[in-house]
Every structure is written in C-alpha cells, then in structure tokens.
Design a protein around this ligand. Structure first.
Ligand SMILES: Nc1nc2c(ncn2[C@@H]2O[C@H](COP(=O)(O)O[C@H]3[C@@H](O)[C@H](n4cnc5c(=O)[nH]c(N)nc54)O[C@@H]3COP(=O)(O)O)[C@@H](O)[C@H]2O)c(=O)[nH]1
Length: 896
C-alpha cells in the first residue's frame, strides 16, 4: 500500500497537542454553557410555578374578602335599622324593652349569621337583647369596645377582634354602632355578635383542593375559622404564632405573599395574606409547597438525568475524537504499516481499510464482533454490502463528496449486520494519500451506538411522557400547545383544549388502593387514546387530570365548539364504560372543561387558565358535566358573588315582597291565590324569582327567605279570615325541597301558624316532584304531621319531572297542578293535549283535585273544562299582583 504524506514530526506533535487541547477546552466550555442553561431553565420554571401559585392564592383570597365584607355590610344594615328605631322611639325604660326586643328578634331571625343583637345604654347597661333576655341589666361599661364609643365622639362603627364571652365560653366577633340623642350626645350602642361558625360554613362552600388551606384570622392573630379543620387544641381563638406574619404587619403591608411553615399543621406553604378593608380581619390562603412543586421537582430530576447523559455523551464523543487524533497522529508519524495496523487494530473501535474504489482490504476483530462478518466474508467486496437501506443514495453521495473535499467524514449511520439486523453506528472515514497526493486508501472506524440510542430514547420518554400511562406529560403538552397556537394563527383553523377530571377518583384510591387507581388511569388513558386521532395530543397533567389538544378543527369558532363538544361527549361515553379491576367492577364519570383555541391574542397560559375555569364550572355543576369557557364566564362568576351578597342585603333590608295570583273555579270565581315572591331591588326595580331562586337554593338562603314568605302569607291569610269578602280564599305557598328537608320544618310551620293565627286548612303548600327523589318516607311523615293540622298539599309542575305513579299513590297529596308548559300548547299540540288529558284522568283515579296553571285564553279553559278540569290559574284571570291590586280586583268582581 502506498505511504501517506508525512510532515515533520515536531510540527505534527505540536499540531496534535493543539488539537487535543482545543477539543478538551471546547468540551469544558460546552459543559459550562450547558450547566448554565440547565440552571436557568430550572429557575425559570420554579419562578413560574411560584408566580401562578401566588396568583391563584390571591384570587381565592379576593373571593373570601368579598364574601366577608358582604357579611359585615349586611349585619351593619341590621344595626343601622335598630339605631334608627332607637333614635326614633328613644331608649326603652328599664324593664320595658318589649318593642325593642321584638325588633331585635326580627333582625336576628332574618340575618341568619347574627347570633344575638342587643342594645346598651349610655351607662353601659344592657337594655334589650334578641335572644339572651337574661342578660338585660348587665353592666358592660368596663368592656373595651363600649369605652371606645364613649371616649371617641367621632367613632360610629366598630368591629372587634374575637372575644370570649364569660357566660358560655364561646368566641364571637362583635359589630357595634353608636347611638346618639337628638342633640348629638352619646346614647349607647347597638351590638351584634357573629359566631365564627358562620365563616367556617362559608369557607366549606368554596371547596378545597389537596394541600390548600384557607383561614380567617383577627387583628390579634387569633384564629377565627380555618379549612381544613384541625384537631384540638387548634380551634377558634388559637393564637397563630408566626413571627414572619407579625413582621409584615408591623411594616404596614396590606397584602403580601410569603413561604413559611404553617404554625398550625407544620406544612410548608406558599401563603397569600391580605387585610379586609376597614375590618380587623386577615384572610390567609395557603397551598402546600411540597405538593405544588412536585411536578417541578419531577421535571428537575428528569432534566438532571438528561443533562448528565448529554455530558457523558459529550465525554464519549471527545474520547472518540482524541482516539482518532492519536491514531491519525501515529499514522502520519510514518510508523510501519504493520505496526499501525497492529496498534490500530487492537482498538475497541471496529476498523476497516478499503482501497480507493471502496473494496475492503482489511477489517479488525471488533469489526467482526460488531457486524458479524469475518475478514474472509468481506475482503474484496464493496463497502456497500454494509448498507442498511435506511438512507437515500443522496446521503451516501454527500458523505463521499465530503471525504474527497476535506479528507474525512464522521457521523451517525445505520448499517446492516450479517444476521440482517439494522443498527446505528458512529462512523469516521479518513482518506489516505500518497506523497504525490493521490488517494490510495480509506480508513474507517466504527462503534456500535445501539445502547446509547436506546438510552437516549429512554431519556426522551422520561422527559416528555408520563411514566404511568405513557401519555404526553405537561412539558410535552405545553410544547404542543405552542405549536398548535402557531398553526392556528398561520392556517386560520381553530383548535380546542379539553381538561378532563375523573369524578371522585380520590375515593377509588382511598377505598380500593393505589394499585387499582393506577390500573384505572392506565385503562382510561388507553381508551381515550383509541378514541382520539393520532394528530391529537392526549396528556396526563396530574393525578386524575387529563388534557386533550386538538388542532386544525373548524374555520369558525361556533363550528369548532360544536365539534369539540361532540368529542368531549364521546370521551365521557368511553370513560363511563364499566371495567373490572382486581375483581372490582368500576364505573367512573368525568367532568370536562373546554375552550376554543383561536389565535396568538391569548397565550398558552391564558388558554390553560380558561380550560381550568371551565373545568371548575363543570365540577361545580355536579358529576359528569361538560362546560365551555366563554369570555363572560369570569365576569359571571364575579356577578354571581355580587348577586349573592345583594341577596343577603335584601334579607337584612327587607326588600322582599309577595305578589298574589288568583286561582279560579269554572265560573271564574276566585277561590284562592298563589303567593309568589318578588324582590324589590333598590336599582333594578322588581325582580322575578327565575333570576335568583336557584342562587337562594344553592346558598341555602332559601331557608330564611322561605320562612319570611310563609310568615307573610300566613299573616295575610289570618287578616283575610277576619274580612267576610275574602274569608274563603286559600293561599298556596311554594316550598322548595331544601326548605322542606330542614329537620325542624314542621315545627317552623306550626310556630308560624300559631303566631299568625292563620286558618290551617286554608294554607296549601306547593311542593315539587324533586322532593320525593330522596328520603321519600321522611317527606311523607312530615306531610302527615302537617295534615293533622289541616294543612293541604299541591304537587307543582306536574309532568315536567319524574312523574312516577308510585310516589303519587304513596303520598298524602290533595291537588295536582298541571304545568303551564303543557297547558299553553293544549290546543295546538296533540302530544300536550294527551299529557293533560291523562294527568286529569290520573288525578281523578287517585281522588286528587286538579288545577291547570298558565291558562291564557278562553279556548284553553273550554278545552280543560270539557276534559274534567274545573280549577284554573293563569294570565286569563290575572297576573301575579301586589296585595292592594288583588283586593281591588276581587272587590270589583264581587260587586259586578
Ligand atoms: N321556593 C319558592 N319558589 C318560588 C316562590 N315564589 C315563586 N317561586 C318560583 O319561582 C318560579 C317563577 O315564579 P314566577 O316568576 O312568579 O312565575 C309564576 C307565574 O307568574 C307564572 N305564571 C302563572 N300564570 C301564567 C301564565 O298564564 N303565563 C305565563 N307565562 N306565566 C304564568 O308561573 C309561575 C308560577 O309557577 P308555579 O309556582 O309553578 O305555579 C316558579 O317556579 C315559582 O314556583 C317562593 O316563595 N318560594
């Protein structure tokens, strides 16, 4: 074989040292850079996690703040009302507090979180108390809140920190208001006590996520309420001992976030604290850092592994390069060909020498070990025999061009072993020239990198996929979101983002164990994956939270929303399919929040937040719900909180009104009325119940409001009983299922009937079918107890609900009320006519009276009469109207 060109050996040694030094320096710098990028990436992600935690906590604290302000605004209104009454009527004489006491009792009954309310005179003596009449006469002149009012002329209102009462050892917050005489002199105070239990109940309704805590603390850092509740001795009144918090308070901060170990349950949390404006109350919202940063920690671990692997790969590459340098150096130093090959051929690298035409001349043992070909198999054959078929011809052309122009090439290539397996190898090819510069040989070194490739694949899997389900993880999902946003913006086709949460998954984990929980998640991941297309991204973001990203959907938002809803329903269907795991037959449901991905106007974070909000909405409406984010949702949530506060004010401000709608017999004579609730809003005017009844129910305000309706209707009934013109009228009152299910409902109705003196047999309670879905026996027993007094029962909205014959026959009902939706179409729709006809027949067969509501025309009445219905209600006979209008209408009708 001809000899290659050999430069002077001193030059060669110098060049060799420089190249070696250069390679090592480059590796060191690359590693340093890589380490910095890694540290920056981790820090950025950590910062983002903390930032979103702070934002979430602050939003939660705002809701608690708004609600708490509502509580004090409402009790403040009640105090104002009492103050005006005392200013008008004067302080009651000693031992004569009856009128005042009645007024106090009324306020405390309708403002359901006021525990007690009392009046204290200018000497500090309790003159009246709503509940605790035994306290009248007690001297409170020594109490600090009384002294504040006595000593500070400009003080009109005050809310105290927690006080422990001497008589029952319970804690209360006191809200007090100054009383003044006509000449402006101090005339005492009116005080309401508010139990911390009120705040605990309100916090419970917010619903906590795992590791979250919400607390309300007074100005002296005494605990008012906290969720989750802690075991004794950490209860109301516990001194929250936190130097960090004290330091922030001393600095005069109004709101702040900080990380600290909770003094209550010793868990490290990210806290957001904020004062409630004008109240000595501090809202404290915390999230468990350990839990919240679990995802970040996992990613950090994977990234560290990835980083280490890259460092090792780099080291491996450098070592490989240095070997090659050494080899070339020796080659160039003109060692005898035999010695070169003897040394080189002992290397751990596979080696092959070919002539200028690419015919194989020699291979070493490592080559044989890697490829399975012995020297005898390959000598004389073309190097092409190793081609795997995985690369195009252009790939090989490029390699040879490079070798010819620069003298060498190195890179990754797929070759084929003797047994047919295709494998990846790292290949270097060097050209060898004779002194005249003519190409004589090629020397190739190769190493099998199958294992490295497999490890890379494994790292990739760990970095971007969820280990349990094999689905994309949050990191990959976010990458895909970015890509989808770009694609949506470029091609003008909308996408959709779905957040899926398995309902009550925690129960499965808790009751059947984590193994079953894991199996279920894997199974659901598989099912959803089969349902979706390859181009869609399905990811698992948290324990039982999945996400789906679909790009390139409709060209309009509406069409995309329709398609996404369809997909979400299909996903809910597959999730609901029962499955047996470890002998447990499981059937789960899922709640889904959806948002349409439209363009770059919103960021990935915005879309994630929207889907999260929609999911929250879906979960609040019960199991298996599906909810879309729409831009008004956020505003609606806020509007809902506002409306809830206004409803509470309405109760304190006595803004409720009753309207009455006539119920008539076949001759048009009014035989009774239905009492219907209205809200006289100070700005919006008269508001009908469809706007607020659902909110009254979901906040349980329906109980005090329902009490008011019943009491007012009964008082009216008693008044009419004394007037011959109206004595025969009955009054129907709507009672919601929630109201009816109160343990003391029967006792309440009995007390109202006794207090007002209303004739019991003229009172008709309208209940709906929903009452009988659960605890039917309890409902029946309550109805029977009230029927003993003569109270009657009508079943409202018949036909719109479950309409089960079984309960109709079982319950002590007196009247069936055919829903207006059927009556209004009775002439036009045969189907509705058939329903009304069969309802009348059913009522007859069960000996129930029947009344049709929503009668609007003579034709409807004629039809109903001809089919046996003789009692009616509807606009045909009068809309719901105020008392005065009703009495005028009835008097006129009577006279004519
Ligand atoms: N738990 C309580 N629920 C109450 C109370 N007061 C009312 N309600 C419930 O709110 C719903 C809406 O009531 P409202 O807006 O008052 O509507 C009533 C009538 O105005 C209406 N009606 C009657 N006749 C006609 C008609 O000819 N056309 C027409 N379009 N509407 C008509 O029907 C409502 C009476 O419904 P019902 O109670 O089913 O008989 C309603 O569900 C009320 O029940 C309350 O104090 N507590």
């Amino acid at each position: 074989m001809p000899q290659p060109v050999i430069p002077l050996s001193a030059d060669l040694a110098k060049k060799y040292r420089q190249q070696r030094h250069g390679a090592l320096t480059l590796y060191g710098v690359a590693m340093l850079l890589w380490l910095s990028i890694f540290a920056w990436l981790l820090y950025e992600q950590y910062r983002q996690e903390i930032h979103s935690l702070e934002t979430r906590n602050a939003a939660r604290a705002d809701v608690v703040t708004e609600w708490t302000q509502g509580v004090f605004a409402q009790s403040g209104q009640a105090l104002l009302g009492i103050a005006e009454l005392v200013e008008l009527q004067g302080m009651p004489a000693q031992g004569e507090p009856r009128v005042l006491q009645d007024a106090l009792r009324n306020r405390s009954r309708y403002v359901d979180w006021i525990n007690d309310i009392g009046v204290i005179d200018a000497e500090g003596i309790i003159q009246a108390s709503a509940l605790n009449t035994g306290q009248v006469g007690r001297d409170l002149s020594g109490s600090s809140f009384f002294q504040v009012f006595r000593d500070q002329e400009d003080r009109t209102e005050l809310v105290t920190p927690l006080y422990s009462t001497s008589n029952d050892d319970d804690y209360y917050l006191y809200q007090a208001r100054r009383l003044t005489r006509d000449n402006g002199d101090f005339n005492g105070i009116v005080v309401a006590s508010i139990s911390p239990a009120v705040f605990e109940r309100a916090l419970q309704r917010l619903g906590l996520s795992d590791g979250e805590s919400i607390a309300l603390v007074d100005g002296e850092l005494k605990l008012i309420a906290r969720l989750p509740a802690l075991d004794d001795p950490i209860t109301t009144g516990w001194q929250v001992d936190s130097p960090e918090t004290l330091a922030m308070i001393e600095q005069g901060a109004e709101k702040w976030s900080l990380q600290l170990i909770s003094p209550l349950d010793k868990r490290k949390r990210m806290f957001h604290m904020q004062w409630i404006e004008e109240l000595p109350l501090l809202v404290v919202v915390g999230e468990d850092l350990q839990l919240q940063l679990a995802g970040w920690r996992q990613r950090a671990g994977v990234l560290a592994g990835f980083m280490l692997l890259i460092a090792l790969l780099g080291a491996w590459g450098v070592r490989h390069y240095l070997n090659r340098l050494r080899f070339e150096h020796r080659l160039h130093q003109g060692e005898a060909e035999l010695r070169i090959s003897a040394t080189a051929f002992q290397t751990h690298l596979g080696m092959l020498i070919a002539d200028a035409q690419g015919r194989i001349l020699k291979v070493n043992e490592t080559f044989t070990r890697i490829t399975g070909y012995s020297e005898a198999d390959v000598v004389g054959k073309s190097t092409r025999m190793l081609n795997s078929g995985r690369h195009e011809a252009a790939f090989y052309r490029k390699i040879w061009r490079r070798v010819q122009s620069t003298g060498s090439w190195e890179g990754e290539i797929w070759n084929r072993r003797k047994n047919g397996d295709v494998f990846p190898e790292w290949l270097t090819i060097s050209a060898v020239y004779d002194p005249q510069g003519t190409l004589t040989h090629y020397v190739a070194t190769m190493s099998d990198i199958s294992e490295r490739k497999a490890a890379e694949q494994e790292i990739h899997q760990l970095a971007f996929y969820d280990p349990l389900t094999g689905l994309a993880n949050r990191r990959l999902f976010l990458d895909r979101m970015e890509a989808t946003l770009k694609e949506v913006t470029r091609h003008g086709r909308f996408g959709a983002l779905l957040f899926i949460d398995i309902d009550n998954f925690k129960q499965i984990n808790d009751t059947l164990g984590h193994y079953v929980g894991d199996q279920l998640l894997q199974h659901l991941g598989r099912l959803m994956g089969q349902m979706l297309r390859e181009t869609d991204t399905l990811a698992r973001l948290g324990s039982d939270e999945f996400a789906v990203l679909i790009g390139g959907m409709g060209k309009s938002r509406e069409h995309t929303a329709e398609l996404a809803e369809n997909i979400a329903q299909k996903l809910q269907d597959v999730i609901q399919q029962p499955i047996t795991i470890e002998d447990n037959l499981l059937s789960v449901t899922a709640s889904i929040g959806l948002t349409v991905v439209s363009d770059y106007a919103s960021s990935v974070d915005d879309y994630l937040q929207q889907a999260d909000m929609a999911l929250f909405q879906a979960k609040s409406s019960g199991r298996s719900a599906l909810s879309f984010f729409d831009p008004t949702m956020q505003a609606e949530l806020l509007a809902r909180v506002r409306l809830e506060n206004e409803l509470r004010q309405a109760l304190a401000n006595e803004e409720w009104r009753l309207h009455y709608q006539p119920q008539v017999d076949q001759d048009g004579r009014c035989i009774g009325v239905e009492a219907l609730l209205r809200w006289e809003h100070p700005e919006r005017g008269l508001v009908t119940p469809d706007v607020f009844i659902h909110l009254l129910e979901s906040t349980e305000l329906i109980n005090p409001v329902g009490d008011w309706v019943l009491e007012t209707a009964c008082r009216q009934l008693a008044q009419w009983a004394r007037q011959p013109a109206f004595a025969k009228l009955s009054v129907a009152v709507n009672v919601s299922a929630l109201q009816f299910r109160q343990v003391d409902f029967v006792g309440k109705v009995e007390a109202i009937l006794q207090r007002t003196g209303a004739p019991c047999h003229k009172l008709k309670l309208e209940v709906t079918e929903s009452l009988f879905v659960e605890a039917r026996d309890d409902a029946r027993e309550k109805m029977l107890r009230l029927k003993q007094h003569g109270v009657r029962f009508a079943l409202d909205d018949y036909g719109t609900g479950y309409s089960s014959l079984a309960y109709l026959a079982h319950l002590p009902l007196d009247q069936l009320k055919i829903d207006k939706s059927f009556v209004q179409q009775v002439i036009e729709s045969k189907a509705n006519a058939a329903i009304v006809e069969s309802t009348i027949a059913l009522a007859k067969s069960l000996s129930l009276e029947v009344i049709a509501e929503g009668v609007a025309s003579d034709a409807q009445q004629t039809w109903l009469l001809s089919h046996g219905c003789r009692t009616y209600q509807g606009h045909r006979y009068g809309q719901p109207m105020p008392l005065a209008a009703l009495e005028t209408q009835l008097t006129t009708e009577h006279a004519s």
